[in-house]
Design a protein around this ligand. Sequence first.
Ligand SMILES: [Zn+2]
Length: 559
Amino acid sequence: MPLKTSNFSDSLNRRAFCVIPRRAVGFLRPIFFLLITSSAFAQTSSHPGTSTFDGQSWWNYVKVLADDNMEGRDTGSEGLKRAEAFIVDELKADRLQPAGTNSYYQPVKLIARRTLENDSSLALFHDGKSEPLSFEADAYFSNRFSQAPKVDAQLVFVGWGLDIPEKGYSDLQGADLKGKVAVLLYGGSPSEIPGPLSAHYNAMRQRWKALKNAGAIGMIFIFNPHSMDIPWERLKMLRTQVGMAPADETLDDAAGIKLGVAFNPANADKLFAGSGHTFQEISDLAKARKALPQFPLKVEIRARVKMDVQPLESSNIVAKLDGNDPKLKQSCIVMSAHIDHLGIGEPINGDKIYNGAMDNGSGSAMLLDFARFIKENRPTFKRSVIFLWITGEEKGLLGSRYFAEHPTVPASSIIANINTDMFLPIISLQVVTVYGISESDLGEWAAKVAKQHGIEAQDDPKPQRNSFIRSDQYSFICKGVPAVAMGVGCKPDTPQQKTIDEWLHNRYHAPSDDTRQPVNLETAGKFEALLWDLLAFTANSERTPEWKPQSFFKRFAQH
Ligand SMILES: [Zn+2]
């Protein structure tokens, strides 16, 4: 999902290398011709062997996972099952040990929800009149939430909708929210709030908890026009996607919510009518990342909704490489990537398959390429490594949340999580973004390894996008496990930045995130090599990575 991605070029000797095609699902038999590069890299890393990541074998895996046959890998879909079957076949061939509950699989029970819009309506009520809202133009029910069939409620605007005790900051303080619906600007925080803290409190888990404690029964979130990746024109198409929640309600971050509605910022003035405020005023403050006002709105919400609700099962995939140190092998590093994507949806330019090549065929393929590398080079580490392909990320980090609650290895044995989600090798690699760089030893190690590769490591340049909590590492962070997520980075106001921004605007969560898009294989290969070395370093480290003493996230540490 969020952006994130590598270099080593000192090749000593090169030889052509042909890998015998592995058993794949019937229709897919990738044959990979690889150029193995033995590099000087081995000098800076603590594992024996060679780095052989040129991006090509990685891309071949992406092509399989993002093939139209996989139908966009929606959680619980037949397409995702086919993609997972392909991964399992590869793992068997690569002789990584199964470490799920059912061989390589860890089933996850979910609930799927979809708004039946023909039987549903949203309206604003003011001055004795009802003003219907259009699902296309104004606002829609988010399928992520369990909506109550009928909600008539007063509205209170609560700015960013954040409650951050550490900073003595609260948008909710003094607000009369009892039995009311909170209206908030979604995505971001005032500039005084550090990125990770902002990210943490923007997460649904914290946000809804604070609103619920304040008495709110629901929320209407207006997308922050200054941090929106996806324009409304595409969001409104994505709204018909099935939403999901954990079958185990204790894991549902939005349990008890009665109304969850997304609002188009372009039409948000409808909410502010008669309040003495305009959305322009709010938007200008938000752009400057200032505190936002809090005030009751003059309009009320009238919501009627009918939802189709179905039980659903999907699976994580878990494989293990045992460590070789009698003591350290009891601990493990979880290397993760989500395998699910959005499936089949509203067509754009006649294409209805949301292939998810970058999001997150790219991360999933990298893990597969690591498995290939292990088979070919037989590297061993002191600690064990868990390779985890996660389901339900797009639906709200559901698979990783489940794994973190029900790990298939002892919870206390998990010492680190390295996650990769949509690392975007679409520009040359000079900078790598490390989400969580200042939070733990792992962040520091990531920066160190990047430096060895001649690549600059930077912190999240856009903290208002909340990337630190927007992918699966967050489920581990909340369990106290030091984690990083990494991707290809760039400097602000550069052509590279423009390329990334355009990608987000046009291809992110769109059918055009497919294998026909431009990709930089050199960057992909370098990024893989960098992550491999971070994994190797961590897995061979006698030291267990710790949270930094000043890190906000240290509080979740179990020891
Ligand atoms: Zn995504």
